[in-house]
Design a protein around this ligand. Structure first.
Ligand code: FAD
Length: 652
């Protein structure tokens, strides 16, 4: 069995990163120009990494599937980005951000990585302010903050409900400058379809390039480099309906997995408590209502079952229910954190109320998020100033005015904590292959706290990878640029073309979306908010059937030698099916509840997640064993030296 070296530096926690940077190997400016780096992805992680590596002098090739890096899914991020600046003087510190993140992740993440994340969080804000990102400010001009779940301080920096967009514009302008300087070459509308590995003189396989498809012409092309970085986002769309952008996918991660990169903790998917409920079976997208709304909105359902029934039938409106008949169940169950409990806790609490029949909406699958109290306290204008664009979005979608009626919300798939395993240097188990942002297994353990994905993506791209990749590349300065005529490129390109031809040749009757929807139903039903041994085993059987349907009954119209969106979706769907299986394997293996992974067999009498630290305090790394074979499980033990592992408590 492979041993796992996560390369955590020696020394006290707070000094590890400084020590690492002081002693790592560097590449001098003349050599940087001789080294090529492929960065796949131009979201916050990819764009910040490509811009910074270009600025350092490396020759970077940056790929994305959209027509512009500005359209990466990161643009959708609404609520904000965390940093331990303590501008509010409310008791924040690097240690507290580190502590909250480890606790929020239910003690399933690496101490050293999370501490580094908290440490560089402050640099991110300085960097973005210098770029001109228009963060919200107080009347006097200082940067404003708000609160997000799982924290008792206000440490979230924001730009109304458009934080991701503003941050991405900052990263994009830095990237564009490097394009203009000739250090970064952009490959837009180009999709990576495989990783190319080449053996070095000692016979060690290293990541040396990619095969990609020009999405406009359909041409299959090759690109080589000394190192490959993937920043290709999360795999939440495995569930078909999610808050992710339609193009978000897990395919690049799966291509790397099949080439030997371990996939870590795939079962850890985040279900966000505040999304607009599903409203029909023709829907292909769910809309997030930002967690920032829980700063001032209060979540409730009726106390009386008869009121819930009347609401479901449309016989009364929420405003007919007096305050004393409202159950503010988060405030009741978790007095210390109230509406700002972490997402996993809030989602399960909503499900519990709905399962007991107290849900609202005609389906009974929704709870209220009410701003009546905030408007009484602050006035409508103050509420509109903070959340105006989110309120407008809600009204546009539901045709209900949230200033006058409570919003209706329900949990939905939102983010994936699992992903490609990386060590402290963000290097995967394949030498020369790095993973950043949401596509790595990240620093969020079993549950990510709000506003910390942007923090992690930008920490990886601006401040971590640009250092750590040099430790790898310093040994590669003698290696000349690679020709894409090597036999390894021939073999990889042939495999890609064969797969496309096989898909185009199925000629069945089902559309990609209809099969994807079926996959999504299975995932939500059997690998969703509550999982059991039985449900996960059922999922594995059903996913095999979905795969058979794919290969026997899929129909992709058109041809492969031109723009073909259905073909793009089909290739991604095949990987989603395999990710679904990995999630079920991982969920079956992890016989405990932690964070977003709730095994119903393992809960406290009060219905809270019950961890089994003696058996499962490890990162589950899945190692590909070949087509049709069950993956091998490798374990990276998690050792906590600086934090006392305890049962999460948001009550007092
Ligand atoms: C609605 C919504 C709101 C959110 N709000 C917040 C928030 O307020 N705060 C917060 O911290 N987090 C938030 N998140 C989470 C956060 O937005 C994401 O985790 C983060 O933006 C991911 O960034 P990324 O760079 O890793 O990936 P992405 O932004 O998903 O970028 C992926 C990139 O990879 C490219 N790509 C993918 N596959 C391929 C391929 N095969 N070949 C070539 N290119 C490829 C894409 O083109 C894209 O450029 C939110 C998420 C959602 C869904």
């Amino acid at each position: 069995m492979a041993t796992i070296d996560s390369k955590i530096p020696e020394g006290p926690l707070a000094e590890k990163w400084s020590n690492y940077k002081a002693h790592q190997k560097l590449v001098n400016p003349a050599n940087k120009r001789k080294l090529d780096i492929i960065v796949v992805g131009s979201g916050l992680a990819g764009a910040s990494a490509a811009a910074t590596l270009g600025d350092l002098g490396f020759k970077v090739k940056c790929f994305c599937i959209q027509d512009s890096p500005r359209r990466a899914h990161s643009i959708a991020a609404q609520g904000g980005i965390n940093a331990a600046k303590n501008y509010q003087n409310d008791g924040d510190s690097v240690y507290r951000l580190f502590y909250d993140t480890i606790k929020g992740g239910d003690y399933r993440s690496r101490e050293a990585n999370v501490y580094r994340l908290a440490e560089v969080s402050n640099n991110i804000i300085d960097q973005c302010v210098a770029q001109g990102v228009p963060f919200a400010r107080e009347y006097g001009g200082t940067l404003a903050n708000r609160s997000f779940g799982g924290a008792q301080v206000s440490r979230t920096f924001y730009a109304r409900g458009q934080t991701g967009q503003q941050l991405l514009l900052g990263a994009y302008s830095a990237l564009s400058y490097q394009v203009q300087q000739g250090n970064v070459e952009l490959f837009t509308r180009c999709e990576m379809l495989d990783l190319v590995m080449i053996k070095d003189e000692e016979g060690k396989e290293r990541a040396r390039g990619i095969i990609y498809r020009d999405l406009v012409t359909g041409e299959i092309k090759r690109c080589s480099a000394h190192a490959v970085v993937i920043g290709t986002g999360g795999y939440g769309n495995t569930y078909f309906l999610s808050t992710n952008a339609m193009g978000s996918n897990g395919s690049a991660a799966m291509q790397c997995y099949r080439k030997g990169a371990w996939f870590a903790n795939p079962a850890f998917a985040q279900i966000h408590p505040t999304c607009i409920p599903v409203h029909g079976d023709k829907q292909s997208k769910l809309t997030l209502m930002s967690e920032s709304l829980r700063n001032d909105g209060r979540i409730w359902v009726p106390k009386k079952l008869e009121d819930a029934k009347k609401l479901q039938k449309g016989e009364i409106s929420p405003n007919d229910i007096p305050d004393e008949d409202r159950d503010f169940y988060l405030e009741r169950r978790y007095p210390a954190f109230g509406n700002l409990v972490p997402r996993d806790v809030a989602s399960r609490a909503a499900k519990e109320r709905c399962d007991k029949g107290f849900g609202v909406n005609n389906t009974g699958l929704a709870v209220f998020l009410d701003f009546k109290y905030a408007i009484q306290r602050l006035g409508k204008k103050a509420v509109a100033d903070k959340y105006g664009n989110l309120f407008d979005m809600y009204e546009e979608i539901t045709d209900v005015n949230p200033y006058e009626n409570p919003m209706m919300i329900f949990p939905a798939i939102h983010y994936t904590m699992g992903g490609i395993w990386v060590d402290y240097e963000l290097q995967t188990s394949i030498p020369g292959l790095f993973a950043i942002g949401e596509c790595n297994f990240s620093d969020h353990g079993a549950n990510r706290l709000g506003a910390s994905a942007l923090m992690q993506g930008l920490a990886d791209g601006y401040f971590v990878l640009p250092y750590t990749i040099q430790n790898y590349l310093s040994d590669q300065i003698q290696v000349p640029r690679f020709s894409t005529d090597l036999p390894e490129f021939d073999a990889a390109e042939k495999a890609v073309k064969d797969k496309i031809a096989k898909i185009m040749g199925i000629n069945g009757k089902r559309s990609v979306d209809s099969i994807h929807k079926e996959l999504g139903h299975i995932m939500w039903e059997y690998v969703g908010m509550g999982r059991t041994e039985e449900s996960l085993k059922t999922a594995l059987k059903k996913l095999d059937e979905v795969e058979k349907t794919f290969w026997s009954d899929l129909r992709v119209p058109g041809d492969a030698q031109t723009l073909n969106v259905e073909l793009e979706k089909a290739l991604r769907l095949l990987d989603f099916i395999e990710i679904g299986k990995l999630m079920a394997y991982d969920g079956l293996n992890r016989e405990e509840s932690c964070g977003g992974h709730f095994r119903e067999e393992h809960q406290t009498p009060e219905g809270e997640a019950l961890r089994h630290d003696d058996k499962f305090s490890y990162v589950a790394c899945w190692n590909y064993q070949g087509e049709g074979k069950a993956p091998e499980l490798l374990k990276e033990p998690l050792n906590y030296e600086y934090i006392k592992v305890q049962t999460r408590n948001y009550k007092n």
